[in-house]
Design a protein around this ligand. Structure first.
Ligand code: FAD
Length: 338
């Protein structure tokens, strides 16, 4: 491959895919690498016996006009739909209907369906963990953990969460390394509970509640996967996202213990016995939510041909990931002269 027009993107989360698609729209091809089995990153969903649960973002908002237009297009294509529309919250006063002006969306029929659709037609090397970069006379080369080498590339875009990006970038670019170090990543435990029977009615809560913000105890958000668009035929299946403090306190605990704690916390919020889950589990996101200074264009670009994108370089939402990757793709196309 000639290095003159070649671009490698590390990470097939939303930012990496948005970058690849923006490049493709300008006639530039790229190759994407991800350590996971498929695209998605923090928009991942897990297929469990009889149910699919979203383990990362449960929904997203569209605050900026450019992303809102994109979301409208995805709605039109049937890739996403408004959700949740019946959102509750629980705090010291008990359960209350949560109403605000914010429109929220979920992908159909699972969160990862969006990234799966965006990856269509792109070159994706899945299950390929990039462990190092090397700058050679003909361009950049990537090495993976199985000893394979890929290249040469004229540009390398890294969209991994900042601690993982730092490992790759630190030997080559002190400025981009400092940009990674400036971001702190909060963890998040995502529990799930599947049931063979419906949950009992919660006192004072409409039976068709879809999700809830929780402002007491260790849980931050509860969502009902079976109430999401395209999943109405699956049984009762909750995602229980731990709040920031509990996620940090429990970071090194084992998943079964955390899952039991989250379920017990939810049961006590319900104030009545719940059916025993037929399956209970939890997934640890070590780098769930970036916290840091967000200045500049929402991505980082160095003269060496290296670039960083991802939610961390704007804020911490799905919208930020898409805008970061999309804008970087357009900036690279201008730089390359397309
Ligand atoms: C539990 C949870 C709840 C959330 N809730 C919301 C919400 O309600 N609303 C909202 O808007 N946002 C939410 N978010 C945030 C949202 O999911 C992220 O902002 C967005 O998905 C980030 O996309 P990204 O492409 O920047 O990063 P990621 O999705 O993390 O993608 C990075 C990719 O890089 C890959 N990778 C890393 N290192 C390597 C390597 N060495 N080699 C190859 N591949 C590598 C990873 O496998 C991953 O696929 C939530 C996130 C979590 C975890």
């Amino acid at each position: 491959m000639s290095a003159n027009s070649s671009i490698a993107i590390i990470g097939a989360g939303l930012s990496g895919l948005a970058c690849a698609r923006a490049l493709a729209d300008c006639g530039l091809s790229s190759e994407i690498f991800d350590k996971a089995r498929g695209p998605g990153g923090r928009l991942s969903s897990r297929q469990l016996p009889g149910a699919v649960v979203d383990l990362g973002a449960q929904y997203f908002t569209a605050r900026e006009k450019r992303f809102a237009s994109q979301v409208d297009a995805w709605c039109h294509e049937g890739l996403v739909a408004p959700w949740p529309q019946r959102l509750w919250r629980i705090d010291a006063e008990g359960w209350q209907l949560h109403q605000d002006a914010q429109r929220r969306y979920s992908a159909v029929p699972r969160m990862s369906a969006l990234t799966r659709a965006l990856s269509e037609g792109l070159t994706l090397h899945a299950q390929t963990r990039i462990t190092g970069l090397e700058q050679c006379a003909d361009g950049w080369w990537l090495a993976d953990d199985k000893g394979h080498h890929y290249g040469p590339y004229m540009r390398v875009v890294i969209t991994a969460p900042t601690p993982q990006a730092l490992e790759l970038i630190a030997p080559h670019d002190a400025t981009l390394a400092a940009d990674c170090r400036a971001v702190t990543q909060q963890p998040c435990w995502a529990g799930y509970a599947l049931f063979d029977e419906p949950l009992p009615a919660l006192p004072g809560v409409d039976a068709d509640w879809q999700a809830a913000f929780v402002n007491v105890g260790p849980i931050g958000v509860v969502s009902r996967n079976d109430a999401k668009p395209g999943r109405q035929t699956q049984g009762e299946s909750l995602t229980l996202l731990a709040g920031a403090a509990a996620s940090a306190d429990w970071l090194e605990d084992d998943a079964d213990t955390v899952a039991s704690r989250l379920f017990s916390a939810f049961a006590s919020l319900c104030g009545q016995p719940l059916p025993t889950p037929r399956l209970l589990g939890a997934h640890r996101w070590r780098y769930a939510k970036p916290i840091g200074e967000t200045t500049g264009p929402g991505y980082r670009l160095s003269t060496l041909g290296l670039a960083l994108a991802g939610d961390a370089f704007r804020a911490s939402r799905v919208e930020d990931a898409w805008l970061s990757g999309h804008d970087l793709g357009q900036a690279l196309a201008v730089e390359i002269g397309q």
